[in-house]
Structures are given as C-alpha cells and as structure tokens.
Design a protein around this ligand. Structure first.
Ligand code: F0G
Length: 457
C-alpha cells in the first residue's frame, strides 16, 4: 500500500475554530506580529511546536488514574525509573517539570564561568541555560548541516575535527561536557548518525570528557538511523536507541516531545556524584527526588510514552507524514530544509522571500503571512530567535538561516489537515512579493522570540 495511514483511530475530539481573514488581520496587529501572543482559539492549525502538544493514548490516560501521588517513594517514580533504565540504560533518574529545568540543573552542577560547551546545535533554552552559567555554548554541526537545500542523510552530525581542535586549543579542563542534540532541532530536525555518535564518543573518552545527549527526539533519531544507516535495517528502534545511549554518559530529556506527554522531563545519568548534586538542587528548585516537578500521574504517563514512541508502526507513520508535507512543499516550489526532518518541516524563508533582507526578518514575516492567510501558526528559527542586536552599530546580526518551522504535534493532525496547510502555502506563493518585512519595536535581552514585538516596514 502506498498510503501510510495514521496507526490509530480517534476516540476523543477537540474542536478547532474557523476565523475570517479580517479577524486574523486584527489578531495579528494585536499580537504585535508575534504569534506567541495569539490565543490558541484564534488558531486553526497550530504548528507552533511539537512540544507538549501530543495526543496521549488510551493506555497513558488509563495509567494516569493509577498514578501514585505520594510525596516520597511513589510507585510511579519506580515504574518510570525501571522503564528509563530499560530504554536509556542509565542508573539514575531525576524527574523535572520539563526539559529546560533538567538543563538548568545539569549545567548548574557541571558548568562553571568561562567554560565552553560544544553541541551540534544548541536549542535556545539550552544555550540560554549555559550562558546563564557565564559559559559559552558552541555550535559544531557539520558544514552540510548549514546548507538548507543540501540533501544529506545525517545533517545533525557534529564536526569531529572541529571538536578535536577545540579540545586541543582550549584544553580539556575548559570543557565540562560535550552535548549532542538528537535530533538536531535548531538546524531542521535532522538526525545524528550512529557513526558520528561513536566518533564523538571516542574523542570524549580519549580526553575524559563526559558526553550527554539532549534526547528530546531520541526515537525519531533512532528511526532515521534504521532507515538510512547501513547495518541497522533489521534492528528495532528500541535496540537502536539503546545502542545510541550506550555511547553517552547521560542525557537531558524533554518528555514533551518523544515522551508523548503534555508536560515532563528528566535527567538520566550514571555518575553517582553528579546525580547526588542534581538531586540536592532538584529538592530546592523542583521537588523531592521521586517526583521532581511532576505529579505521580505525569510520571506514569511518561513511563508509557517513552515505550509507545518506539513502536515501529508509529514511527513509520510519524516520519512518513512529516515527509509528506516536506515533499509536497518542494513540489510546489517552496524551498525547505532537505531532507525533511523528524518533527517538523522548515521553510527556507530567506530563499522564499528573497525580496527581504535578513534584517527585515523574512521568517517572522512569512509566519505572519501564513497566519493571516490560513490561520496556521508556526515558529521562527532564524534571526529573531538566534540573531543578535549589535549594541555598537544598532544593526541586527543575522542568524545563519532564516527558517519557518512547521512543527507537527504527535498523533494530533490528519493528512487532510496537512493538505489544507499545503493549499494555504500554495496560495501564498503567487503573491509572495506582497509580503512585507518586519522590524523590532521591543526586544528582551535573551530568548527574544518569545516576547519581542514588531512593526511592518
Ligand atoms: N532541547 C531541545 C532540542 C528542544 O527542542 C527543547 C524544546 C528543549 C531542549 C527544552 O525542552 O520545552 O521541555 O523545556 N523545544 C520546544 C520546541 C520548546 O518548540 O522546539 P522544554
């Protein structure tokens, strides 16, 4: 069969509301052209993020009723600890309310001022949490990972030569840990190959530097390895995931992605001393070590989610449905990051709106146009999120790329929703020269995409 159907039927529905173009123009003005300020009731198809937006399964909802809400020693914690040990292979589980809390704790215990933390690409909260420790977050993704149109099976790979040079130049003691983000969200949801994971692992071992994964989308990464890397075709996603994690010393995890839940995260690691330090900080900032920042029922839902996400039928559908959107966009002449990522399709807004310079924020402008045209909400992965204002010249220093991310919530939208998205984008392509650029009217010091305001130029 050619059609890869949604491997579920729908038992509970949530209505979505239609709005008129006129309504949307007014909402856009009111939002100061920042789609984070929109009410979700005013959005028809919400592709802002794949984080915390998954539909849970009947097993997860049933498990929530069995959640143990004890303050200490809760059954749900031990169940999750067991599953994490089985899937990820680490000894210690430290639950947090979401990924960035895990990052904050991890970097508070491991990173000191003046240190350097390499990654393929840091996600914005990861970077912010490292910079908060007065350390530097370095992106060492391979050069192919920076060229949106270039087809390469593992564009999330780290440049190992650059990593070696960095360690040689700065010294091992300056680098408290190396990170690998699987899949690499900031550069297109692109996977990291097992070969690259192993190569980074070998360099880290040689210098005695711990390797950690930012593991939010570990199952999607595992499935890409199965599809694209020699020797993995006959392995299950669970076996591949287990091998991936065997090359790292631990991970930070946002369960809001491949945990298939609406809230939750954790640190998983082997080192006893770091685990102890993390738990002490956890008690101060999140909660007692057997619940972290979560209710017992949340832990119960994560325990099922991390297992369901490795189901092969699910992953086949997940990767195929994302590819469906990406391939059809290419067909209608919309430039996207190739090949399609796991959780999202990224439109190359700088190439698509080539009448706008990066200073005029083409990705933000395209997002606003998609909302106004069809009620679609997306996210900016470009100059607003990763660029900076040069405080000497007052000019914008653009990011490497200006991308609009169409992130696909897990198990939420059907193929007809994606067909609608395609129609909206197709109708914009003929009139794209009418899309005007934007300029900041307000920007905060960090994480500016969330709260910045804009005007049309
Ligand atoms: N790391 C990566 C790679 C992420 O994509 C995210 C979140 C985090 C860490 C932080 O996790 O949200 O649970 O605190 N990404 C979301 C997104 C917000 O839309 O891509 P969190």
């Amino acid at each position: 069969m050619k059609t890869i159907i949604e491997p579920f039927r729908i038992k509970c529905v949530e209505p979505i509301r239609m709005t008129t173009r006129e309504d949307r123009s007014a909402f856009l003005e009111e939002s100061h052209f920042n789609l984070f300020n929109l009410r979700s009731d005013h959005v028809l198809i919400d592709l802002l993020t794949d984080s915390g937006t998954a539909a849970m399964s009947q097993e997860q909802w049933a498990a929530m009723m069995l959640g143990d809400e004890s303050y200490a020693g809760g059954r749900s914690f031990y169940e999750l600890e067991e599953r994490v040990a089985a899937i990820f292979g680490y000894k210690h589980l430290i639950p947090t309310h979401q990924g960035r809390a895990a990052e904050h704790i991890m970097f508070s215990i491991a990173v000191e001022p003046g240190m350097l933390v390499p990654n393929n690409n840091h996600f914005d909260t990861t970077r912010a949490n490292i910079e908060f420790q007065k350390a530097e977050a370095l992106d060492l993704v391979i050069d192919q990972g920076k060229v949106p149109s270039l087809d390469h099976p593992f564009k999330g790979d780290m440049n190992v030569l650059k990593l070696q040079a960095l360690i040689r130049e700065k010294g091992r003691e300056k680098i408290p840990l190396v990170l690998l983000t699987i899949t690499n969200n900031a550069a297109g949801g692109q996977p990291v190959s097992m070969a690259n994971i192993k190569a980074v692992y070998r360099v880290c071992r040689e210098h005695g530097i711990p390797l950690f994964f930012d593991a939010c989308r570990f199952a999607e990464n595992a499935y890409f390895i199965k599809l694209r890397e020699d020797g993995y075709q006959d392995k299950t996603p669970a076996e591949i995931a287990r091998e991936m994690f065997s090359y790292a010393d631990g991970c930070t995890m946002s369960a809001k992605k491949d945990g298939l839940v609406n809230i939750g995260g954790f640190i998983a690691l082997d080192d006893d001393e770091w685990a102890q330090k993390a738990r002490n900080l956890l008690i101060m900032t999140e909660g007692f070590p057997t619940y972290g920042g979560l209710a017992g029922r949340d832990l119960a839902a994560i325990a099922r989610g991390i297992e369901e996400v490795l189901d092969e039928d699910y992953l086949r559908y997940r990767i195929a449905s994302t590819r469906y959107l990406g391939d059809h966009l290419e067909e209608i002449g919309v430039p996207t990051v190739r090949p399609p990522g796991g959780h999202a399709i990224f439109i190359d807004a700088r190439a698509f709106l080539d009448h706008l310079s990066p200073e005029h924020l083409p990705a933000q402008a395209l997002m606003c146009a998609l909302y106004e045209e069809g009620g679609i909400r997306s996210a900016e992965i470009g100059t607003v999120t990763f660029g900076r204002k040069d405080h000497v010249t007052g000019h914008e220093i653009p990011a490497d790329m200006d991308l609009v991310r169409l992130a696909i919530p897990r198990r939420v939208y059907t193929q007809s929703h994606m067909d609608y998205v395609l129609e909206v984008i197709a109708s914009l392509t003929g009139r794209k020269r009418d899309i005007r650029g934007l300029a900041f009217t307000y920007q905060p010091k960090s994480l500016r995409n969330f709260t910045a305001r804009f005007k049309r130029v």
